[in-house]
Design a protein around this ligand. Structure first.
Ligand SMILES: Nc1ncnc2c1ncn2[C@@H]1O[C@H](COP(=O)(O)OP(=O)(O)OP(=O)(O)O)[C@@H](O)[C@H]1O
Ligand SMILES: [Mg+2]
Length: 512
């Protein structure tokens, strides 16, 4: 048997699975594509997470696009964090290209251009389905983690949530949260002290400063109603294809804190609301995070720990996370060690540091008699990658330098009018984009303060009148003075959202 035949058998055996698979392309030997030597990723292990890495311009985003389309086609919904704004083309078919035809001829898969069902979402005021969450839903624990506060300050945040719960004050946006923090050390000082002990102005001041930081990164737009229901990410179209939900994050690069806040809240909400899946044989939702270093670089230690544990836990809900980044070292080791699929595009060896990184990266791949991994890493062409997946038994598939298939959809963005058409057809835009500003803590506390002031004035006027009457008729008995107790807390109707989330949906997750 020739070396090539041997290699073909080695790859084919290692990539044969009983269940459904996604074919990424064909394996390459000595720089040449071996036709029909398919490199497959079983759907069954796609909830085991993954990494797509490689130097700039080597094909990471196109690999993400290929994975997303093929998942959609198999009925698996997808969520993409589109940081560079280059993924909307998924909603239009590829115009084709002679290079693409050549690529597919070499791989052995016919090229079949098509469009996919796409939903565009946004964290800001850009066009798209508005993604929002309320402070109540975050709960005290996650809010504290995100604000990166001290333990004492976290204690105060818990008390604030408890107070709002006891007094039915909905905490919806940052305005509500700031108001109640101010109230606790001013007008409401006595009330808080009686019920929960003293709260220091220094502590609430420190918390307020942290809130301003989030606010400056667009948190005031993110926090509020109507909050997004993650179930809406799981839609399947009329042809049985999973929706590809694209979150446009082009304006997020300078707002890493908002990005990680959002990511973590979404993961936590998914974790707490999706049912356990066990080994169902196929994933429920696959998430891709392009430019993933953005969430890791700015995250605090507490936040990192949180991300690590959620990555570990969310698998059982059938959710796979795929990080896309230039350098594998951008992803913390504790997360890296949990990743099943690795697609490593070319690395560049410009400096001594680069060469060291390449050596380290090569060590993370299974041994193979067919490749010198380190030198393959630097010689891969555009749209080629070293792939190592997990087979259905959870064991690594043979390492394969792979000629990746091309995306079936457009490798470029939508035009403005195409985007407009897409959004005007969207059911979710209709559901989430109306502005809601219902009465919440901010308005209710203002009312309460006004009421207390009015009460005080009334009481004062009453006392003055009494004193006057007393002076007038000295001989008569004393007046029947009523107690001047503060008005009881304003009772308000509260929404289901608030009740559901009083102590934060996440307390459960956080304890793990
Ligand atoms: N699988 C593929 N099939 C066909 N062409 C590809 C493929 N992968 C990459 N290319 C070509 O390479 C170009 C760059 O790819 P891509 O945008 O995916 O790189 P990247 O690694 O994401 O770069 P960056 O780090 O700058 O984001 C594409 O515009 C496309 O022309
Ligand atoms: Mg890219």
């Amino acid at each position: 048997m020739s070396k090539q035949e041997e290699f073909f058998n080695h790859i084919t055996e290692g990539n044969t699975n009983k269940g459904e698979c996604i074919t990424l392309g064909s394996a390459m030997l000595d720089g040449k594509t071996v036709k029909n030597a398919f490199v497959n990723v079983p759907l069954k292990t796609m909830n085991r997470h993954g990494l797509i890495a490689g130097a700039t311009g080597t094909g990471k985003t196109k690999t993400l696009q290929v994975l997303a389309e093929n998942l959609s086609e198999k009925g698996v919904p997808v969520l993409l964090m589109d940081i560079k704004g280059d993924l909307s083309g998924l909603a239009q078919p590829s115009p084709g290209h002679i290079k693409i035809d050549e690529r597919h001829e070499a791989i052995g898969i016919p090229f079949d251009p098509k469009a996919f069902p796409v939903e565009i979402l946004t964290l800001s005021t850009q066009n798209g389905v508005r993604l929002r969450a309320t402070i109540s839903e975050f709960g005290p624990v996650l809010i504290s983690r995100i604000l990166d506060v001290t333990e004492t300050q976290a204690g105060i945040i818990s008390v604030i949530f408890k107070y709002c719960d006891d007094n039915k004050l909905p905490l919806l946006d940052l305005k509500d949260f700031k108001k109640i923090l101010q109230y606790a050390t001013s007008e409401g000082k006595k009330e808080f002290e009686d019920a929960y002990g003293r709260i220091s102005t220094a502590s609430t001041g420190a918390i307020l400063r942290k809130i301003v930081e989030i606010e400056q990164q667009g948190g005031d737009i993110f926090f509020g109603e109507k909050s997004f229901d993650p179930q809406d990410l799981l839609r399947i179209d009329e042809n049985g294809r999973g929706y590809i939900n694209i979150i446009r994050l082009t304006d997020i690069q300078d707002k890493p804190k908002l990005f990680s806040t959002f990511m973590l809240s979404l993961l936590a909400e998914i974790y707490s609301t999706f049912p356990e899946r066990g080994d169902s044989g196929r994933p429920e939702l696959i998430m891709f995070i392009d430019e993933a270093h953005l969430i890791f670089n700015e995250a605090s230690k507490a936040l990192l720990n949180q991300i690590e544990s959620i990555v570990k836990l969310i698998r059982s809900k059938g959710v796979g996370l795929y990080f896309v980044t230039q350098n594998p070292t951008d992803v913390p080791d504790a997360v890296l060690s949990q990743l099943g699929l690795k697609v490593q595009h070319a690395l560049r060896a410009f400096t001594a540091k680069d060469r060291k990184a390449i050596k380290l990266t090569a060590q993370n791949y299974p041994d193979t008699e067919y490749y010198d991994t380190a030198s393959v890493l630097t010689s891969l062409g555009t749209g080629e990658a070293l792939v190592s997946a997990l087979n259905e038994k959870g064991r690594p598939t043979p390492l394969a330098a792979t000629m990746m298939r091309a995306p079936m959809s457009r490798m470029d963005i939508l035009t403005d009018s195409e985007l407009e058409d897409l959004l005007s057809d969207s059911k979710l835009v209709k559901k989430y984009n109306e502005e809601v500003d219902r009465e919440s803590a901010y308005e209710l506390l203002n009312k309460k303060i006004e009421q207390a002031e009015a009460e005080e004035l009334k009481e004062k006027a009453k006392k003055e009148k009494e004193a006057l009457e007393k002076a007038k008729s000295k001989s008569k008995g004393s007046s029947t003075r009523k107690s001047t107790r503060m008005n009881p807390i304003v009772k308000v109707l509260t929404s289901a959202t608030f009740i559901r989330s009083v102590f934060g949906i996440l307390t459960k997750v956080m304890k793990k």
